[in-house]
Design a protein around this ligand. Structure first.
Ligand SMILES: NC(=O)C1=CN([C@@H]2O[C@H](COP(=O)(O)OP(=O)(O)OC[C@H]3O[C@@H](n4cnc5c(N)ncnc54)[C@H](OP(=O)(O)O)[C@@H]3O)[C@@H](O)[C@H]2O)C=CC1
Ligand SMILES: CC(C)CCC[C@@H](C)[C@H]1CC[C@H]2C3=CC[C@H]4[C@H](C)C(=O)CC[C@]4(C)[C@H]3CC[C@]12C
Length: 212
């Protein structure tokens, strides 16, 4: 199953699988690396692969793992956007900068679980045509990585933490980046961050034997 099309379920740690895969695992990693990422001479940067599919309406603070709804993917991506915003507020002063990108529609294992591979291949000429109108049909991983590569070339201090950077490809195949303002609220971001910290604490407690 793919992370977008799967029926969400609890993973072995008791977390909603989509939330854990798309956000919490990475959040734990960032927290573990925090002392290395902060306070360096040069700025450190995090780039989260979010999605234009992130939707506020799919996310709820009272069910931030999305155990009750049917839009786990959109919820986890919105939570990712919130997390990036709050990490910037907390750690920019210590030289850690976080950004979110959307790679656009890229043919990958994820999309091959939405429609079968042969059908995507048959539809390819149609997709190339659609690209004349839909710039987010990047289609290849190479094109989809445009925003990631572009971000690495920017000075993180000048980036807007409330902007998502979208990889785009024109009808003639030119790759470029489009910044779009995100619909995120600082207060919700802070509350989510506190919940993530609580979950992290419980997880570290549960696995402290392995970490010692
Ligand atoms: N493709 C697209 O159109 C878009 C992709 N994105 C985002 O880009 C990122 C990369 O996706 P993409 O390269 O397209 O997809 P892929 O399916 O190629 O990669 C997804 C990765 O996630 C891993 N994964 C999937 N489900 C689980 C799970 N339940 N537990 C642990 N690991 C899991 C897969 O592991 P394994 O290899 O072991 O299966 C794989 O390494 C994702 O965050 C996706 O949401 C965003 C917008 C559009
Ligand atoms: C040739 C087309 C007419 C047929 C394809 C139809 C649909 C299966 C796909 C059309 C647009 C696709 C998507 C758009 C946005 C992606 C988003 C950014 C993401 O994060 C995950 C995948 C997408 C939702 C993707 C999924 C397939 C489509 C809906």
């Amino acid at each position: 199953e793919g992370i977008m099309t799967q029926t969400d379920r609890l993973n072995g740690d008791g977390f909603q699988e989509v939330f854990a895969t798309n956000l919490f695992g990475h959040f734990m990693l960032v927290r573990q690396l925090q002392s290395l990422l902060c306070g360096n001479e040069k700025p450190s940067r995090l780039i989260w692969t979010s999605s234009s599919n992130a939707r506020e309406s799919a996310f709820s603070l009272s069910d931030y793992q999305h155990a009750k709804g049917q839009e786990s993917y959109s919820s986890s991506k919105y939570a990712t956007d919130l997390t990036s915003v709050v990490l910037n507020r907390k750690f920019n002063g210590q030289g850690l900068y976080s950004s979110v990108v959307c790679p656009g529609l890229v043919m990958s294992n994820m999309t091959y679980r939405i429609l079968p591979v042969f059908l995507w291949k048959l539809l390819m000429p149609v997709m190339w045509l659609i690209r004349f109108f839909a710039k987010t049909y990047t289609l290849t991983p190479y094109n989809g990585a445009e925003a990631h590569v572009w971000l690495f070339k920017q000075k993180p201090e000048y980036l807007d933490s409330h902007v998502k950077y979208h990889s785009c490809t024109s009808g003639l195949g030119r790759c470029y980046v489009e910044p779009r303002k995100m619909d995120v609220d600082e207060d919700t971001a802070e509350k989510l961050y506190q919940k993530l910290l609580e979950l992290e604490e419980q997880t570290l407690e549960k696995y402290h034997d392995l970490l010692d």
